[in-house]
Design a protein around this ligand. Structure first.
Ligand code: C2E
Ligand code: CA
Ligand code: CA
Length: 555
């Protein structure tokens, strides 16, 4: 073949190939044959840059024919790459073929020029591919990179040697506030560098974005890794001052077995475990399990079914009477929700905590409040004098500055006197909340609505604090009633006495036995609520009992 023809063909074939070694070898074969060349080698030496952190120093055999070759290259040519690196191509002739003449070298030069141009193209394609797979800030793989890597491990059958992790940096918004966006990025960068040093062969950490990371670690290193991410020391700068930052992460862990086939599956399982760690168990890490997946599924369903349940009026107000210990008269009742869902009665313990967590509880509480107000209105209209009904309001409602007015609006809508309702709030867990509770109680006092502290004795309120509470009723938690502990009994009698002195009423809840009731009566606690008299009962049953006004209890 003529030289020009050979070059045209070479250009054509090189243009068609996309960085495949076979492609290059195939294109070069006729050239090698013509010039009796046994080996074509390339050597790239590129200094580290921002995009290629380790730089490049690689040697590749691009073409090899069978047969012995000389130890020294017959011809070598050096090019300069855009990043101030060098690319060297070397041609080795078969043993005994001697060196290339100057003419031959001159004829070969255009081939190597073409090769170099296409190498530039291949490297560009690779860089773009890698960019799509890497996180720009940290240089770690991104979601796509992680997926691709998992795919590769799955293909080679190595995936089950690893466990998956999804971790999120705790309190990172505080770091953001303190150091600003730019420096926070640098902290994340340093954090990633720190984690990178922990990696062993085959392990991988990827950044999904923000302060969310995923990782694959060899199974035996699971706990070591969890310990590692529990506290990573790095630093942030403000001005020219450096401050230590200890980054701690919360993690969801997925133990990878044969059932797991892709990165998406790993991320999903870990995310569920992470959610449980952060919001439910409040632990530094949680392992994914069937139980957890089931729970999250139920949670999601509770949330998605909410609107439908409201529309179909599936949330029912049940009533549990409060009874006077002297004459067993019904002196009040507590409204407790039951969800009549697909023919099954769902207990509030299954869904109230979920609505508490996602904030839907406030809407829910007002819905229940309206249901109860409608019942009271209906009793009044039918000439039945209702007892005072106590409503449970989640403390989440306290962040509503118009809570007191919103409650009054509902009472006004049904033209109800405030004496028919009482608001139960559970005890607080910290000082800040205590302030909110106290101010809300004052608001309600002004509006003549009675207030009660639920589950009293289990939370934060010291007896001393009670003096600042404008509260009408203390509901003593069930745990004080069903105990045999002497100390509990002492606390109980002190609560009752103190309440008396502060002019508060006391209601004991969870009274199940006659003995418990007698004991409470002796201690001067006059109102009890519990299974001894009734469980929370449906509207119609309650109405009947309320009209009768009294329990008969045999001696
Ligand atoms: P809670 O306010 O402390 O309600 C008392 C719980 O004790 C009720 O459980 C009641 O059925 C149960 N109980 C009453 N007497 C006895 C007894 O003698 N023995 C035993 N073992 N238990 C007794 P329930 O109805 O399952 O409600 C659980 C919790 O769900 C309530 O605790 C309350 O915190 C919440 N809840 C119920 N309805 C509502 C609602 O409409 N709004 C809000 N925010 N929370 C509600
Ligand atoms: Ca209650
Ligand atoms: Ca209670």
């Amino acid at each position: 073949m003529e030289k020009e023809q050979l070059l045209d063909k070479f250009i054509q074939e090189m243009t068609a190939t996309e960085d495949s070694m076979e492609g290059i070898a195939k294109a070069f074969a006729p050239v090698a044959e013509k010039y009796r060349i046994g080996i074509l080698k390339s050597r790239f030496v590129v200094a580290p840059t921002f995009s290629t952190r380790k730089g490049e120093n690689r040697e590749d055999v691009l073409f090899r024919a069978t047969g012995e070759v000389e130890t020294q290259p017959a011809y070598s040519i050096t090019f300069h790459t855009g990043e101030k690196g060098t690319a060297i191509f070397e041609l080795y002739r078969f043993s005994g073929e001697g060196t290339l003449s100057d003419d031959e070298k001159e004829s070969l030069t255009p081939f190597l020029n073409v090769l170099f141009v296409h190498f530039g193209r291949f490297r560009m394609i690779n860089a773009v591919k890698q960019m799509g797979m890497a996180d720009l800030l940290t240089g770690l793989p991104n979601t796509r990179g992680f997926m691709a890597y998992v795919q590769e491990l799955f293909r080679t059958g190595e995936l089950t040697q690893y466990n998956g992790f999804y971790f999120n940096l705790s309190h990172f918004s505080l770091v953001n506030k303190r150091f600003g966006v730019k420096e926070t990025d640098m902290i994340i960068y340093r954090y990633a560098e720190e984690l990178r040093t922990f990696l062993q062969d085959g392990e991988c950490i990827a950044r999904l974005g923000g302060d969310n990371f995923v990782a694959l670690m060899k199974k035996p290193r699971t706990y070591e890794f969890l310990e590692q991410i529990a506290a990573v020391r790095t630093y942030g700068t403000i001005g020219d001052q450096e401050y230590t930052v200890v980054v701690s992460a919360t993690a969801g862990v997925c133990e990878i077995d044969d059932s797991i086939k892709d990165g998406g599956h790993i991320i999903d399982d870990c995310a569920v475990a992470l959610h449980t760690a952060r919001h439910i168990e409040k632990k530094p890490f949680v392992f994914s399990s069937e139980q957890i997946k089931e729970r999250i599924y139920t949670e999601k369903k509770c949330v998605t079914d909410f609107d439908r349940a409201i529309k179909r009026r599936e949330f029912k107000a049940y009533y549990q009477p409060k009874v006077h210990t002297d004459n067993y008269a019904i002196v009040g009742a507590e409204a407790l929700v039951r969800w009549e869902r697909d023919g099954r009665m769902v207990s509030p313990a299954e869904f109230i905590p979920i609505y508490e967590r996602n904030g839907m509880i406030c809407q829910f509480d007002f819905y229940m409040f309206e249901q109860v107000c409608m019942d009271i209105r209906d009793w009044l209209d039918r000439g039945i004098e209702p007892v005072c009904i106590s409503m449970n309001f989640s403390r989440k409602n306290l962040s509503n500055p118009n809570l007191a007015d919103d409650i009054m609006k509902v009472l006004a809508k049904y033209e109800l006197d405030s004496k028919y309702i009482e608001i139960e709030l559970t005890e607080t867990v910290d000082d800040e909340e205590t302030e909110e509770v106290v101010s809300f109680m004052h608001e309600m006092k002004k509006r003549n609505v009675s207030m009660s502290i639920d589950d009293f004795g289990t939370g934060y309120s010291s007896l001393n604090l009670l003096r600042s509470f404008p509260v009408d009723v203390l509901k003593i938690d069930k745990s004080f009633i069903d105990t045999q502990e002497e100390t509990d009994r002492i606390v109980l009698s002190n609560i009752i006495n103190m309440a008396k002195q502060l002019n508060m009423r006391v209601v004991a809840e969870g009274v199940e036995t006659r003995g418990q009731m007698e004991y409470l009566r002796q201690m001067n606690c006059k109102v009890v609520q519990g299974y001894l008299f009734d469980r929370p009962i449906p509207h119609d049953d309650f109405e009947r009992k309320m009209v009768a006004r009294k329990y008969e209890i045999g001696e």
